[in-house]
Design a protein around this ligand. Structure first.
Ligand code: G3H
Ligand code: 13P
Ligand code: ZN
Length: 328
């Protein structure tokens, strides 16, 4: 059944596990995730970005989610708006039937320019008031996602591009997190501890811990009742990159967040782990392979089936690694 993010993450906190939040844009992605969740008995967080809503169309997104809930009544399913850039985006998601929204006030409405702290509080507080009236959960974001390797943030201008940031400046400040949660009342908070979006996270293979795990612990101590969220949590498995390359894809050398780092972060309070890139890689590799091995096939169901199977494998691996398997 459709449940709020608060419900799923409260359970995760009580039993000490993490829940992967997978991005969806189309039927096949929803099917792959639900099939993996059903096979492992896991709670489900489906999330749609503004780009996903635009790609699929509002009615398709709404009914894809409803179809997921209808076909798997035994599973708790959250329908979450990923990276809402304004209260308007969040309210329209609520009207579409989402049970959870992210108000990402760490950036201005353009989704690129870093915002000031007061702006972040104002928009997030407004969304919390509107959402909670309707039983919908809210995720906020505080901090600057980006590469600890280079000290550059993801934001296009402002502090990110203007100068190289120190390790400490890149990370979410625990005291500010406490203040932000008190001022806004968010259910979940996305934090910056060294992850970044997309396939190109790290330029070298990891040697030891790549995330600021100590900081997770400090933030969790400061806001023990607010669930911590990790964006940019794809592990970018080398095997998936190899598969894409073997069948003609052009991907530069890159490394993601090791699953072991995420497992440590879960131990210290992270509950929602956002994953999109790994699923994109899995589906692309499988479809490329199908085209190469079966050049005469032209029924989309034939190659999409392979894409679904590859994506499903990644989802199963994450449900199991994060401890969500068996918790539905
Ligand atoms: O955080 C971004 C997610 O990977 C969704 O990406 O905005 O291209 O749909 P998108
Ligand atoms: P990845 O690009 O690491 O998969 O992160 C996705 C994400 O954070 C969606 O909000
Ligand atoms: Zn994100």
């Amino acid at each position: 059944s459709l449940v709020s993010l608060r419900q799923v993450l409260d359970h995760a906190a009580e039993f000490g596990y993490g829940v992967p939040a997978f991005n969806v844009n189309n039927l096949e992605q929803v099917q792959a995730i639900l099939s993996a969740a059903a096979a492992t008995d896991s709670p489900v967080i489906l999330q749609a970005s503004a780009g996903a809503r635009k790609y699929a169309g509002e009615a398709f997104i709404k009914h894809l989610i409803q179809a997921a809930v209808e076909s798997h009544p035994e599973l708790p399913i959250v329908m979450h708006q990923d990276h809402g850039t304004s209260p308007v985006v969040c309210v329209s998601a609520i009207e579409l039937g989402f049970s959870s929204v992210m108000m990402d006030g760490s950036l201005r409405e353009d989704g690129k320019t870093p915002s000031d702290y007061q702006y972040n509080i104002d928009v997030t507080r407004r969304v919390v008031r509107l959402a909670h009236e309707r039983g919908v959960s809210v995720e906020g974001e505080l901090g600057c996602l980006g590469s600890l390797e280079t000290g550059t943030g993801e934001a296009e201008d402002g502090v990110g591009a203007a100068r190289v940031l120190s390790h400490d400046e890149m990370l979410t400040d625990p005291e500010q997190a406490r203040d932000f949660v008190a001022a806004t009342g968010v259910d979940a908070l996305a934090i910056a501890i060294g992850t970044s979006h997309g396939a190109y996270k790290f330029t070298r293979p990891p040697t030891g811990e790549v995330l600021a795990i100590d900081r997770v612990r400090q933030i969790h101590e400061a806001i023990p009742d607010t669930h911590l969220v990790l964006h940019g949590s794809s592990s970018v498995p080398q095997a998936l990159l190899e598969e894409v390359r073997r069948y003609g894809g052009d991907l530069k050398p890159t490394w993601g967040v090791p699953v072991e780092d995420i497992q440590r972060a879960i131990r210290y309070g992270v509950r929602k782990i956002n994953i999109d890139t790994d699923l994109r890689l899995a589906m692309t590799g499988a479809i490329r392979r199908h085209f190469s091995e079966h050049p005469a096939d032209f029924d989309p169901r034939q190659y999409l089936k392979d894409g679904i199977a590859a994506m499903r494998d990644v989802c199963i691996a994450r449900f199991e690694a994060f401890g969500a398997a068996g918790q539905a």
